[in-house]
Design a protein around this ligand. Structure first.
Ligand code: PYR
Length: 513
């Protein structure tokens, strides 16, 4: 039995899960010295959606963020989440882009690369793993954890063995939705520790309220490392709190030996920081066990709510939640994680909003059914496939085998806008967004998305929901009981007037107040 180490996720998955990846570098740097002194095994600070969010919303150079964090955290391993052949984007890139991206990440300070594939097709992680090893860095192979009639613990063990054979230094169970239960965790960790000689790390989400129990079962069954987030960015669709897990394991054979008081101080810092980002708080906080029955991750639920709101179809949310598992089954039960969560989620929305299921089929679903994201875990629905791609060929090879090297073309396309190879990578990841970012930077026009002042939301919340109104000499008792969402400027409020239900349309909540 040995000590347990901790990877703290606050600076990547913590804020990605709770405030839509909006934490700015300026809010990370002041606390780095203290975080660096804690003795974490690693800090996950980069990758996943952070690259996209830096460019799209924060107008920050993601590479500059990495360099600054490297400088501010000299004593702690920096860790990132890499989506295998999808890197930090949503499509497969050619192998030369994968190798170049990994090399630049290592040059700029990355130590640990957690690499996953949304289909668990190990062919899609091989090039990235080899590239990390070539740079002399830590390659961590991640299993995208899911449950379905075609997934078994034995398959995950086989996958772990394959990734270790490819050169991985550790294996992570990546439970991105919070599907794990404590006993399933114990069983899987035990099977993995028996099967492979490298350390097992556990990454799970707190959505269903099970994460601390899962971590406990993981360490009891031999996990070397657990992933947590500082309490201010823990819970809900995020992770188990770092401070609580340190306290839970204290004085046991699994003790992390981290200083709880030092952690508390860091926790208070983040408590204040989170307030700044209140406008990005998800509507789903606290415990939501629906993920255990629908398999729909919390982050995906909030995305769906925004998609449906934009279509004026928020009332269809429950239908979409029921449709997602059906689409997933039709597609052969892929784990739901970027990009398959978007592929399945968007098709489910289409299926609900159109008269007939699969009346409209997205291009991503067509590509998926042609094998362009990799091998599907189970059989796909042949009727849906025929409808989507007719007699088109389904590829059997690794999807990136069909891609020509891209770097020369990308360099040529971006031209003088790129002042470094890192800039070329910005363009490579997201050609439209990357070009726009580089142009705005050249023209001195980078404007980050504004933050609403702290308290702005609180004021709105305080608008009266029950009041008396006098009209033509008659006094009514009005109680607002809920809002519907049609178009943003025309929101009906459901009210009771003297106890009778009424619908009134007002321009804004402020006007009503
Ligand atoms: C990501 O790909 O961004 C995840 O957090 C899974």
């Amino acid at each position: 039995m040995s000590k347990v180490t901790i990877t703290d996720l606050t600076l990547r998955d913590g804020h990605q899960s709770l405030i839509a990846t909006r934490m700015r570098t300026e809010d990370m740097l002041p606390i780095c010295e203290k975080m660096d002194a804690v003795g974490f095994w690693s800090l996950e600070v980069w990758g996943g959606a952070t690259f996209d969010a830096c460019l799209r919303f924060l107008k920050e150079d993601p590479w500059e963020r990495l360099r600054q964090l490297r400088e501010a955290l000299p004593n702690t391993r920096l860790q990132m989440l890499l989506r295998g052949q999808n890197l930090l984007g949503y499509r497969h890139y050619a192998d030369d882009v994968v190798r170049g991206f990994v090399a630049k990440s290592a040059d700029n300070g990355m130590d640990v690369f957690r690499i996953f594939d949304a289909m668990n097709d190990t062919r899609n992680v091989r090039v990235a793993i080899e590239a990390v090893k070539k740079e002399g860095k830590h390659a961590q192979g991640a299993i995208s954890y899911t449950t379905s009639p075609v997934h078994t613990p034995e398959q995950f063990v086989t996958m772990a063995r394959e990734m270790v054979d490819m050169g991985c230094d550790s294996i992570a169970i990546k439970d991105m939705a919070g599907l794990l239960t404590p006993y399933a965790t114990g069983e899987l960790v035990s099977a993995l520790t028996d099967a492979v000689a490298v350390p097992i790390h556990l990454h799970t989400h707190a959505t269903a309220g099970l994460s601390e129990m899962c971590h406990l079962k993981a360490v009891e069954n031999g996990a070397a490392n657990i992933n947590t987030a500082m309490s201010a960015f823990a819970g809900g669709t995020s992770h188990a709190p770092t401070e609580s897990m340190v306290a839970a394991l204290h004085d046991s054979q699994y003790s992390t030996d981290l200083d709880l008081m030092a952690l508390q101080e860091i926790g208070f810092y983040f408590r204040e920081i989170r307030k700044k980002y209140h406008q990005f708080e998800s509507e789903f906080t606290g415990v939501d066990t629906r993920v255990q029955t629908t398999q729909v991750p919390g982050g995906m639920i909030s995305n769906l709510v925004s998609q449906l709101k934009a279509q004026g179809a928020l009332d269809k949310v429950n239908q979409v939640m029921t449709e997602i598992p059906r689409v997933r089954e039709d597609l052969g039960y892929p784990p739901l994680v970027t990009p398959t969560s978007q592929i399945v989620g968007t098709q489910a929305v289409m299926n609900v909003l159109t008269e007939e299921r699969y009346q409209t089929i997205t291009n991503e679903v067509k590509s998926y059914l042609q094998g362009r994201y990799g091998r599907t875990p189970g059989q796909v629905n042949p009727v849906v496939r025929r409808k989507a791609i007719g007699d088109a060929e389904v590829i059997e090879c690794r999807p990136a085998d069909l891609l020509q090297d891209e770097m020369d073309t990308l360099r040529e396309q971006v031209g003088d806008l790129a002042q470094s190879e890192e800039d070329v990578m910005i363009y490579a990841m997201f050609p439209d967004l990357g070009r726009e970012y580089l142009e705005h930077r050249r023209d001195g026009k980078l404007v980050p998305e504004p933050l609403e002042p702290v308290g702005a939301k609180a004021e709105k919340k305080n608008a009266p929901v029950e009041f008396k109104a006098t009209l033509h000499g008659e006094t009514y008792h009005i109680k607002v009981t809920g809002t519907g969402h049609k178009r943003d400027h025309e929101r009906p409020f459901y009210v009771t007037v003297d106890g009778m239900p009424e619908e009134i349309v007002v321009e804004t909540l402020d006007e009503l107040a």
